[in-house]
Write a protein that binds this ligand. Structure first.
Ligand code: BMA
Length: 886
């Protein structure tokens, strides 16, 4: 659906009139800095940083310490200008508008030297009437003010009380008062990202000319009428009627595949007009619904709308329509105080599996269609069905949501406010209102978006008093909070889009937050709504540290990106864990130490005599640690979906922090900058599998739960095997009787005291043996082969060195032997080795387990400490089949 990109030249048949003409101002502009000492060409859409780089005036902004070196760029006030001739006769048009789809951020706009308007919000779309100033030959100028300086001014002018936080923590090396400017909040720095507060025209610019009337936009929402058991479509079209006379005509809406066509008469009065149409789809026609990935197809239907208006004016639009319902279920749960918090899609409860999305680059002009597709394909490839578009970034480009519709990725859409309190003076509110109304219109027709959420962590910031506000002042901030998210944003959502739920914040207690007056005493409660959970101190192999919450919308652990990614932005002297560079790129206080601490709990830390080897091995080990930690935590949430334990449970969502990276630095991401898979992403493919056996210990008893996201029950068996680390043959193996895995449930399948398991299996000790298990039926493997460690790997006995070579699907590297490292092993097709031991077998049988970089084969001090991802059955054992559950 490209409603807002489809332009607008509609000349239909004889006797028709041109609806509108559009002239793009994309391409080459001229850019100059505040004092005129720098003048250069620059592309639109684009930004000053990109222009300077393209002209060779600066290096790559991501290289080494350039985020600090190039701070001056964002502190200057730049001007974008262009002269152009309009290639049609302008005098023939009654109305001419300048449309700016995205301006970043604070600017004054002059058209033929006349000020026509100002911008203060990068998330808004601006339209200025230039009918009286436009000529055949024109000049346009956008005079920007540094967003950093503007934010400081705004904060200073807010004299009545402070609006914290003033500045980000020093370790982030960022700019201050970002909460005073409607701009990508993380562009002033974040705990995983640099400070690049860009300036520029970041989206399309064009001139639109029209007569009689103009269709500004149109949206639609499919609504299911339960009592009539039929689908309807609510369509809304916004017009600008230019002349002083009403415009009459008719509109024909057609969805051929659903044998639906309806005609309506309309009469548009002068001025801005909204037309609402209601399309009934006969209940005798089968409508295929849109399903999230893993639950069904993403069927969509082509729809055309033809407005035939007075004066032979024909306007035709087309779009893809998807039908689905979404409900957020908050109801009492037996045996647990509080309320459930889960989503039903098309009436079916769905466990949300996925991650959190952040902007894919500080410079949006570098985010190509290919990159978006690569990242989003990686989401479904890892068996995820949901992304949360986090509130510190941007409302993503249309293509992002189109891809999510197409791939079946549900989107939890935050409004762009994060980790701060915000002002509510009228100017700020007006700007936010325009932004929110526009974004709802732009995005509401996407089936992928299943919820709107007011902000990221601001209810928690307020109620847990992150900014040390005195108790007597708190009411002021609560009032501001309610004004912004409830009285403005929520009101706009309710007025503009009734087709999906709205919550005020994440984490929040949902209905309980509402009941407590829109702010809860503990917004992170396990009994209501969603939680965010971070703990870098406790041992992540111990599932008991994780909250048995209704829905975990953020949790995670950091790791370093692979050496091949870092190498591009660093030099030799940077390549150690304690280098100035390694400290500089770490924006989370204590992050590098936390990673080593957590890894050291279960792995031997690398200590080669070769410092480069140690650096690479350490990077690698942080990825192993991160993958294993997030696996343990996610499996805990998945196995908690059907249970109430100690009055807590019924977990119905696991979205780890974070999917992607904005630059090459340590972070919580599973995809590196550019899209390369970290170890965690390979793990996610397994721990998010639709059918999964999950193993864990409680009080020295080993348990296996079976988790199913499928819609039906299946009969299968569970195989449990015990291996010694030093041999390829399992020391014992048992297969259960046929059991029925209930669809959409997590159930207890197996338990055995560890001592008995070890006794049963020869001479096993916790240190010498490891357990693996999988689900299968009729010689088909139905789940990934999962595993359970009986001791820390640093204590494991009998591990041998692996001899590993591999090939990559990467066309440039195709068929090359895998030696030190594959630069983009997103898909590794095959791995061969001399499997001298079980630790080698791990890699051979479980391709997904391949690390994003393998240590060289010599001096692989920690190679024998690689965790075993799967000790799966061989194909022969399965009768030659290797099929997935669906
Ligand atoms: C939460 C997120 C982000 C942050 C992450 C890791 O606070 O909402 O703000 O990057 O944790 O610290």
């Amino acid at each position: 659906m490209r409603l807002h990109l489809l332009l607008l030249l509609a000349l239909c048949g004889t006797g028709t009139t041109a609806a509108a003409l559009s002239y793009s101002l994309r391409g080459n502009w001229s850019i100059c800095n505040g004092n005129g000492s720098l003048e250069l060409p620059g592309a639109v859409p684009g930004c000053v940083h990109s222009a300077l780089f393209q002209q060779g005036l600066i290096q790559d902004s991501y290289y080494r310490f350039n985020d600090l070196n190039y701070r001056w760029i964002s502190l200057d006030n730049w001007t974008y200008s262009k002269e152009f001739k309009i290639p049609f006769e302008i005098s023939k048009w009654q109305k001419v508008n300048l449309i700016l789809e995205g301006v970043d951020t604070i600017s004054k706009i002059l058209f033929n030297e006349v000020t026509i308007g100002e911008t203060d919000n990068m998330f808004n779309r601006y339209s200025f009437d230039i009918t009286n100033v436009v000529r055949d030959v024109n000049s346009i100028e956008l005079r920007f003010q540094s967003a950093v300086l503007y934010a400081a001014q705004q904060s200073k002018a807010h004299t009545r009380y402070p609006v914290p936080p003033d500045c980000p923590p020093l370790v982030q090396k960022g700019e201050c008062h970002v909460n005073f400017v409607r701009k990508e909040q993380c562009s002033f720095s974040w705990d995983w990202g640099p400070s690049f507060p860009t300036q520029g025209i970041w989206k399309d610019v064009r001139i639109e000319a029209y007569n009689i009337c103009h269709l500004n936009d149109f949206t639609f929402s499919p609504i299911y009428d339960k009592s009539a058991q039929a689908w309807n479509l609510e369509i809304e079209a916004t017009f600008d009627v230019v002349g002083s006379k009403p415009v009459g005509g008719q509109v024909i809406v057609a969805i051929p595949k659903l044998q639906t066509q309806q005609m309506y008469n309309l009469e548009l009065q002068p001025g801005k007009r909204i037309v609402e149409l209601f399309l009934n789809i006969s209940k005798n026609i089968t409508v295929e619904t849109w399903w999230p990935h893993g639950h069904g197809n993403q069927t969509g239907y082509n729809m055309t709308i033809l407005f035939e208006l007075d004066g032979g004016l024909n306007i035709e639009k087309s779009a893809k329509v998807y039908f689905r319902t979404v409900e957020l279920i908050e109801e009492p749960i037996k045996g647990s105080p509080g309320l459930s918090f889960y989503f039903k899609i098309n009436g079916f409860p769905i466990f949300l599996k996925g991650s959190n999305w952040i902007p894919a680059d500080s410079f949006q002009d570098r985010v190509t269609s290919e990159l978006l597709r690569l990242l989003l394909q990686s989401v479904v490839d890892a068996n995820m069905n949901t992304l949360r578009v986090w509130g510190g970034g941007i409302y993503e480009q249309d293509e992002f949501y189109e891809l999510c519709d197409e791939l079946g990725i549900m989107v939890w859409q935050d409004f762009m406010f994060a980790c701060a309190l915000y002002p509510t003076d009228q100017g700020f509110l007006d700007s936010v209102r325009a932004e929110v109304a526009y974004q709802i219109k732009r995005l509401k027709s996407h089936p992928s978006i299943i919820i709107w959420s007011g902000n990221n962590e601001n209810e928690e910031a307020l109620m847990m008093n992150w900014y040390h506000i005195s108790i007597t002042d708190r009411p002021i901030y609560i009032r501001d909070y309610v004004t912004l998210y409830v009285k403005n944003i929520r009101e706009l959502v309710l007025a503009g889009d009734k087709s999906r739920p709205f919550i005020t914040s994440s984490p929040t207690n949902g209905a309980e937050t509402v009941a407590e007056g829109w702010v809860s005493q503990n917004p992170n409660s396990n009994y209501f709504g969603d939680v965010h959970f971070y703990d870098y101190i406790s041992d992540c192999w111990n599932w008991k540290v994780f909250p048995r919450a209704r829905f975990a919308s953020e949790y995670g652990y950091q790791s370093w990106p692979s050496f091949s990614t870092l190498e591009k932005v660093s030099s030799t002297e940077d390549w150690s864990f304690s280098s100035k560079f390694s400290l500089h790129r770490q924006h989370h206080e204590g992050g590098n130490k936390q990673m080593l601490y957590q890894a050291g709990l279960h792995f031997k830390l690398p200590k080669s005599t070769d410092p480069l080897r140690t650096f690479k091995d350490t990077i690698y080990l942080t990825q192993v640690m991160q993958a294993q930690c997030v696996k343990t935590e996610t499996e805990f949430y998945r196995r908690s979906r059907s249970e109430i334990v100690d009055q807590q449970g019924h977990t119905m969502g696991a979205l780890y922090w974070q999917l992607n990276d904005i630059w090459q630095a340590p972070s919580w991401a599973s995809l590196e900058y550019g899209g390369k898979w970290k170890m965690l992403h390979y793990f996610a493919q397994n721990f998010f599998a639709p059918l999964l056996p999950v193993g864990f210990e409680n009080e020295n008893t080993f348990y296996i739960y079976g988790v199913s996201d499928l819609h039906s029950d299946y009969s299968m068996t569970l195989t449990v095997r015990v291996h010694t680390w030093s041999s390829l043959e399992p020391v014992c193996s048992c297969v259960t009787e046929h059991l029925v895995m209930k669809g959409g449930e997590a159930v207890h399948l197996y338990e055995e005291p560890v001592s008995e398991l070890l006794r049963r299996c020869g001479n096993c000790t916790r240190e010498s043996c490891v357990v693996s298990f999988y689900l299968s039926a009729d010689h088909e493997l139905l789940s990934p082969t999962n595993y359970h460690f009986l001791s820390s790997l640093k204590e494991a006995v009998g591990l041998c060195k692996a001899q590993i070579t591999g090939t990559s699907l990467n066309p440039r590297l195709c068929s090359q032997t895998y030696r030190e490292e594959i630069s983009n092993p997103k898909k590794i097709t095959s791995v061969s080795m001399a499997p001298a031991s079980l630790s080698a077998l791990v890699f051979q049988q479980q391709k997904l387990m391949l690390p994003s970089q393998l240590p060289g084969q010599a001096n692989m001090s920690h190679m024998d400490l690689v965790p075993v991802a799967a000790l799966g059955p061989s194909l022969e054992q399965l009768g030659g089949h290797h099929l997935s559950a669906r």
